[in-house]
Write a protein that binds this ligand. Structure first.
Ligand SMILES: [Zn+2]
Length: 192
């Protein structure tokens, strides 16, 4: 999965988590933003493409841990990492519960990146590589971003589906304000 799709998928995952944990729609929006922040870019599993990560990879090459730093198949793309983080957050004292839900949204954003890479690509079983598995749809292909050789659809079908789902998650939340029908329209209908 490529950047823009990761961001959208992260926002959807954050908003959905906000909805199922009973947040107000404004809280859902905050969680969508938080999850989107960790779903792509330097604070996501793709941190394995940043300069500091590559420097670290070079300086540790002698110790034989190179696999841990490989893009998409190293530590930052390891599926177990979000589970460990989630478990760790569960150990925080009860006074910090206000922070827990936000940290959860950040972990969900991170996990959504991994899920995206698993659907549009493959991930490795171990943090140093090993056997890899995924649904293996083409990254940045016709299904994801609408690209098919020289031909490009205006919108990738996957992105349209994510956008529709995101609107639906907010729309279906009971806290969403309903649009009031102005009295003028009601009055106009009655006179007809
Ligand atoms: Zn990735």
């Amino acid at each position: 999965m490529v950047g823009p799709t990761h961001r959208m998928f992260g926002a959807l995952a954050g908003a959905t988590y906000g909805s199922v944990t009973g947040q107000h729609w404004t809280g859902m929006a905050v969680m969508a933003l938080a999850a989107s922040a960790t779903s792509n870019g330097p604070f996501s599993p793709d941190m394995d493409q940043t300069g500091p990560w590559q420097k670290l990879s070079k300086s540790t090459r002698l110790v034989g841990v190179r696999g841990w730093f490989r893009h998409r198949h190293g530590l930052s793309h390891w599926w177990a990492l979000p589970f460990i983080a989630w478990w760790g957050v569960g150990l925080l004292p009860p006074e910090t519960q206000w922070a827990v839900i936000t940290i959860h949204a950040l972990i969900i954003g991170w996990a959504s990146h991994l899920l995206g890479d698993l659907i549009f690509g493959e991930l490795s079983l171990f943090p140093w590589g090993g056997p890899s598995w995924g649904i293996g749809l083409k990254t940045d292909g016709i299904l994801e971003s609408g690209k098919f050789g020289w031909f490009t659809l205006p919108f990738g079908p996957t992105r349209v589906a994510i956008a529709v789902a995101l609107v639906a998650v907010f729309w279906l939340n009971p806290s969403m304000p309903t649009i009031p029908i102005p009295d003028l329209i009601t009055a106009a209908k009655e006179t007809l």
